[in-house]
Ligand binder design. Structure first.
Ligand code: 5AD
Ligand code: SF4
Length: 441
């Protein structure tokens, strides 16, 4: 069967789609990249904001036309929106064949067999712990690979749908993750990105309290990965700030392979809003952790997620967010306009901040970010940095690009030895507000 998979949402979803694609290929199916060519269309969806759901529904709705001219076409919806809406999707979209929840993704190949044999519409959203191992160990063999080390989330931030659609947090065993990493590296992987809704909670069995001093299963995992010969870089996303204890910080500072960049979601800089969001830190404790990390790892960079327009967010609350962001000096930030999610606690409150105000706050933070980035890049002129070579630059075929450990992209002219997945030193010769250009040294 020719299968087309379209992904919405986060890196975890991208990774899940890759895993589903490899599973299908292993069973003799072909992955295609256009809807018209396909015998089956799979939409791996996101529920984190209403806009993501509307986009997917719009697209799936539009596929009715394709099915009208190709009645044998199979259409399935998988992932977070599938989990959240289940049977309702079948009612809403009469041309849809099946719905596959987040705990059932590993069963896609058998579900495709079932639907093509029986032609009976179904929705399967029963959570299964088998998804943890069922979705592991599928890789495409590139220099970069991703490993999901945890699935689900136990934190219940008041705005967030994830604990409801992805279920309780579960971790893979250390042995399982290390074996997967070793197989990847033996097949040419140089950089591994560890994924989880809260990676730093790895191995804590769902306990949401900050781990005791001296104890961090996530740090133990990083220490083991560090020992794998041939692996050059380890990245991870995203950790929750309260899990950075002495043990973890010590590992991050000591490791030669763990990159000096942390995606550390802030969400808000106002203590009142943080409390209402059920985030277990304050502006002060967040900043103290950042200071501790900066002291231990001087060249570290941070990126973050922030929500603007949470119910009741005032100009003063927003001003505090802005202030914290400038103080941390994030190298990258993702700003989201608050979107009430039915089922999440905050959706019981009125979505009180008008859309124009959300947009205005969004633009202000984007402007601040652009100014910070320009300054950071300008300061890098004449520095020599080590990059992991990624390949030809997306916008200029004459150039190649690579990323520093601190997650900053550098463009440069290639030489005859240039090779993807190798470490090279580059001297920065030119900067502009958004990019760095250098020459190989
Ligand atoms: N509205 C807006 N943004 C949200 N996020 C999560 N839930 C919501 C919501 N209801 C954002 C958070 C999270 C990122 C993945 O999405 O900032 O870190
Ligand atoms: Fe979207 Fe969150 Fe689900 Fe990822 S985990 S697909 S961001 S709802």
């Amino acid at each position: 069967m020719k299968v087309y998979i379209k992904t919405y949402g986060c890196q975890m979803n991208e990774r899940d789609s890759d895993a589903m694609a490899s599973q299908l290929k292993a069973q003799g199916h072909e992955i295609v990249f256009s809807e018209e060519e396909a015998d089956a269309l799979i939409f791996n969806t996101c529920s984190v904001r209403d806009a993501a759901e509307r986009k997917a529904k719009g697209k799936i709705g539009y596929m009715k036309k394709l099915k009208a001219v190709k009645p044998g076409l199979i259409i399935g919806v998988a992932g977070c929106m599938a989990q959240r809406l289940g049977d309702k999707l079948l009612e809403e979209l009469p041309h849809l064949d099946f719905v596959l929840g987040t705990g059932q993704l590993h069963t896609l190949p058998e579900k495709l067999e079932k639907i093509s044999a029986e032609r009976e519409r179904f929705s399967e959203t029963t959570p299964s712990p088998d998804v943890l191992t069922g979705m592991s160990g599928h890789f495409s063999g590139g220099w970069h690979a991703e490993i999901a080390i945890t699935r689900g989330c136990n934190r219940f931030c008041s705005y967030c749908i994830v604990p409801y659609v992805r279920g309780r947090e579960i971790s893979r065993s250390l042995e399982d993750v290390i074996n997967e990493a070793k197989t990847l590296v033996a097949n040419g992987t140089k950089e591994i990105l560890l994924l989880g809704q809260n990676v730093a909670a790895y191995g804590l069995n769902g306990d949401t309290r900050p781990p005791a001093a001296g104890y961090s299963p996530f740090a133990e995992l990083l220490d083991e990965l560090d020992k794998i010969d041939g692996l050059l870089r380890i990245r991870y996303t995203s950790p929750y700030v309260t899990y950075f204890n002495d043990r973890l910080i010590e590992t991050l500072a000591r490791s030669k392979k763990v990159c000096h960049n942390i995606h550390l979601p802030l969400q808000s800089g106002s203590d009142r809003v943080l409390r209402e969001m059920n985030r277990q830190y304050t502006r002060e404790s967040y900043l103290a952790k950042v200071a501790e990390l900066k002291a231990a790892i001087p060249d570290i960079t941070f990126s973050t997620d922030v929500i603007v327009g949470f119910p009741g967010e005032t100009d003063e609350d927003f001003a505090m967010t802005r202030e914290v962001m400038n103080q941390v000096d994030y190298a990258q930030s993702f700003v989201f306009k608050y979107s009430p999610r039915p089922g999440a606690k905050s959706a019981e409150r009125e979505d009180s901040v008008p859309e124009e105000v959300k947009e205005e706050r969004n633009q202000i933070l984007l402007g601040d970010l652009a100014a910070r980035v320009e300054k950071r890049l300008a300061a890098m002129k004449n520095q020599t940095v080590e990059v992991l070579v990624e390949g030809v630059s997306p916008r200029n075929p004459e150039r190649w690009s690579g990323r520093t450990g601190t997650n900053i992209m550098v463009h440069f002219e290639p030489d005859e030895k240039i090779e993807q997945g190798t470490l090279r030193n580059v001297e920065i010769v030119q900067t502009n507000p958004v990019s760095l250009f250098g020459k190989l040294v």
